[in-house]
Write a protein that binds this ligand. Structure first.
Ligand code: GLU
Length: 418
């Protein structure tokens, strides 16, 4: 089954708890706009390279399209549609005045020079700017895109438009209208959600054993915040390896290692010499199935399938990635009474601070980091409490509670606009 149809399967359990019309479901199953275009750039050696690019707006029932742009070899139409659909649900769960959108370029960005990456980013905007706007469709960073790329993109957009409309992109550099606290917002928001669930479950506040799958911006910032709060990060992986430490990693040291060598792999040849890391290596699968309090998938879709789910021993899974647990795996985890904090709640801190950035851009009034964190915490805790109580009242999973809550909000808007 393709990823988009698989993503739509998530609607079904929610429909046992809420009642919506078939017409509305048809609307939700159909993205409002799917735009595919080609990006042509000249590489540094003078050759022309062409890339497939996408921008999908899934829904604008609750507001303008909102969602990141991903640069990754797996990007295609179905993946972009799924991610846009998840953004619709996520923004509704977080209570933001946004619909859902997503974009991407099928590219291995690691193979591009910084100059090629800049040309690709600017060309993305040249190919799609007519569809974007601070009140129509607002992109942000996603996998393998970051604030620097958002800076190039917003600069290109403002040049084309001949006006200063910075709120059209979020996740920008601070000097270009970015918000304090946006960089680690997804990890921080995920941590606030987890703290709220810990309280409900009666789990100890500190001392948990945590494994993090994926050590990009989101995984690394979550790890840092959790370790600073007294938890032990015992395993970490990236695409090249998985590492283990019984006493818990010094996260700053791991971040510095990754920044220096670009990988967590033990032995790296760089600057004419080998550098060794003291970490012992484990299999990727061992990280997912070891004895843990919290397992935090922060990498790709579908990384926990039914085979892995059978062996998961964590008490709680915090989905910082989008779609890391397949629908079949979800069922197995539910039977094993493992609590899954769904992506549409757990990773909504990123888009929540994007919203705060957009508000600051629109009003021209900027908050301190402390103010941003407070607003983020308040929104995440409230969203989590609503979902938790729904799941208790309806005796369903947190995912079903999140989808039910989101669909109810979307349905209300649909009925009122009809
Ligand atoms: N790409 C992030 C996500 O998947 C952030 C989206 C945004 O800030 O608009 O939630």
């Amino acid at each position: 089954m393709n990823l988009f149809n698989q993503a739509l399967l998530r609607l079904k359990p929610a429909l046992e708890h809420i009642s919506v019309s078939d017409e509305f479901l048809e609307v939700i199953r159909t993205p409002e706009r799917v735009f595919q275009f080609a990006i042509r750039i000249k590489s540094d050696d003078g050759r022309v390279r062409v890339f497939d690019a996408y921008r999908v707006v899934h829904s604008t029932l609750l507001g303008p399209g909102k969602g990141g742009i991903r640069f990754h070899p797996n990007v295609d139409e179905n993946e972009t549609k799924s991610l846009a659909f998840w953004m619709t649900i996520k923004c509704a769960v977080a209570g933001l005045p946004y619909g859902g959108a997503k974009g991407g370029v099928k590219v291995n960005s690691k193979s591009l020079s910084p100059q090629e990456l800049e040309r690709l980013s600017r060309e993305y905007v040249r190919g799609s700017w007519q569809l974007l706007g601070e009140d129509s469709d607002i992109p942000a960073p996603d996998m393998y895109t970051n604030s620097k790329i958002m800076g190039w993109m917003v600069d290109e957009y403002c040049k084309i438009k001949g006006s200063f409309e910075r709120g059209v992109f979020t996740g920008k550099p601070l000097s270009m209208g970015g918000s304090l606290g946006r960089e680690d917002a997804t990890g921080r928001g995920g941590f606030y959600v987890l703290q709220t669930i810990q309280k409900f479950l009666g789990l100890p506040k500190t001392g948990a054993r945590i494994a993090i799958q994926g050590f990009g911006n989101v995984g690394a910032s979550f790890a840092k915040i959790a370790a600073n709060d007294g938890h032990k990060i015992v395993a970490i992986s990236d695409s090249s390896t998985a590492i283990y430490s019984e006493e818990g990693f010094d996260i700053d040291a791991v971040i510095a290692y990754k920044a220096k060598f670009g990988t967590l792999r033990g032995v790296t040849f760089k600057d004419g010499e080998f550098h060794e890391t003291p970490h012992s290596t484990i299999l990727h699968e061992d990280l997912l199935t070891m004895d843990l309090d919290f397992l935090v998938p922060a990498a790709m879709e579908d990384s926990i399938n039914n085979k892995i789910a059978e062996n998961v021993k964590a008490k709680v899974i915090v989905e910082l990635a989008n779609g890391p647990v397949t629908p079949e795996a979800d069922q197995i985890l539910a039977e094993k009474k493992i609590v899954v904090i769904p992506d549409v709640l757990a990773n909504s801190g990123g888009v929540t601070v994007s919203y705060l950035e957009w508000v600051q851009n629109k009003t021209g009034y900027y908050w301190t980091e402390k103010e941003v964190f407070e607003k983020l915490r308040e929104k995440m805790v409230y969203a989590t409490e609503v979902i938790w109580h729904f799941s208790k009242d309806h005796n369903c999973s947190l995912r079903t509670a999140a989808y039910s809550t989101a669909l109810t909000r979307l349905y209300r808007a649909y009925e009122e606009q009809k």
